[in-house]
Design a protein around this ligand. Structure first.
Ligand code: DGY
Length: 329
């Protein structure tokens, strides 16, 4: 019988499907994710690992699990998994692409709208009883329509954001490793600097890699318009948070909305939380009931396929392990 470890609680449908397939399922039941040492112990005799963003799955974890054949990440980003280490060991690594693109784009756009039209801060003022007499010069926000949105990383999620922006009559620029088809009227710019200089809103959708760590730092904030706003729904380390704090307090940019931070959760006394022009969400871009259930079922499909000796439907390293894949042994 194959043994599968799920490192956080999950949907009943997902657990049921694994059990119906005859697997032994171990679900980490503690309120917080297993720490690294706990993970090393828990993986000892597993065949499949259903992991989450909070698990660091490196070569040592893989070595602690000699039977491990397949790892699935609950999410599209799998920067917490050492794929090179998995390649060396013939372990299939999978994720949940596509299914969360629209929910993530919805959230990015909601953050853009909240910052632009100040739905993040003005309701607080009303609650405090500070809504003053009508004043043509008070509570001014920024338009969304006819403003320029700069999308960094034009993959599936970036494309969905561009589609939403088109519906709001925005002009859309994008910067990407490769020029893509100019869908939804988005215009390619060949440098990040140009995108930053021209955009009223900048939304980050690139994966976290060594090259994109600290992509947005003090030099980049200085290039942005003073009226511009940054939206980050990708990964916290893409933004240098100290530089962001300095840029927000110095008025180099007008605002920022972050779904992701370093660390996560961000401590309640973090300086960014003292700023009215910074909105922080608890890493929830894919967190809708429908999308999270579909992600869980994709993880189940990945694990079950792998453990049955088939290629998982969403395997990211098939080309790298085709000769030594443990799922085929
Ligand atoms: C993703 O899918 O990458 C989400 O951020 C959850 O980790």
């Amino acid at each position: 019988m194959s043994k599968i470890l799920i490192t956080r609680r999950t949907f009943q449908e997902a657990e049921d499907k694994l059990l119906q397939a005859g697997s032994e399922v171990v679900i980490w039941g503690e309120p917080d994710s297993p720490g690294y040492e706990e993970l090393l112990k828990e993986v000892r005799d597993i065949d499949g690992l259903y992991a989450h963003i909070t698990n660091q799955v490196d070569g040592a974890v893989m070595d602690a699990a000699p039977n491990l054949k397949v790892i699935t990440e609950f999410g599209v980003g799998y920067d917490n998994i050492d794929v090179d280490a998995a390649n060396k060991r013939g372990i299939a690594v999978c994720n949940t692409p596509g299914i969360l693109s629209e929910s993530t784009a919805d959230e990015a756009f909601a953050l853009l709208m909240a910052m632009g039209r100040r739905t993040h801060d003005l309701p607080q003022l009303v609650k405090r009883g500070e809504w003053g007499d009508f004043d043509p010069l008070a509570y001014l926000a920024s338009d969304i329509h006819h403003k320029t949105l700069g999308i960094v990383g034009m993959g599936r999620i970036g494309g969905e954001v561009a589609k939403r922006a088109a519906g709001f009559n925005m002009k859309v620029l994008y910067y990407n490793r490769n020029k893509r088809d100019e869908e939804f009227g988005a215009t390619y710019v060949s440098s990040l600097d140009e995108l930053l200089q021209r955009s009223d809103y900048v939304s980050l959708h690139n994966p976290l890699t060594p090259e994109t760590t600290g992509l947005m730092g003090s030099e980049q904030f200085k290039l942005m318009k003073k009226s511009a706003m940054l939206i980050n729904t990708t990964r916290g380390p893409v933004v240098d948070q100290e530089a962001l704090y300095d840029a927000l307090t110095a008025g180099e940019i007008a605002g920022a909305a972050l779904d992701v931070t370093v660390p996560e959760p961000i401590p309640a006394d973090h300086p960014l939380l003292t700023l009215d022009n910074c909105l922080i969400m608890p890493h929830v871009a894919s967190a809708t009931d429908d999308t999270r259930l579909k992600m869980a079922m994709m993880c189940v499909d990945n694990v079950l396929a792998g453990l049955a000796g088939d290629w998982p439907p969403y395997c990211v390293n098939r080309d790298q392990i085709s000769d030594n894949a443990r799922i085929k042994q």
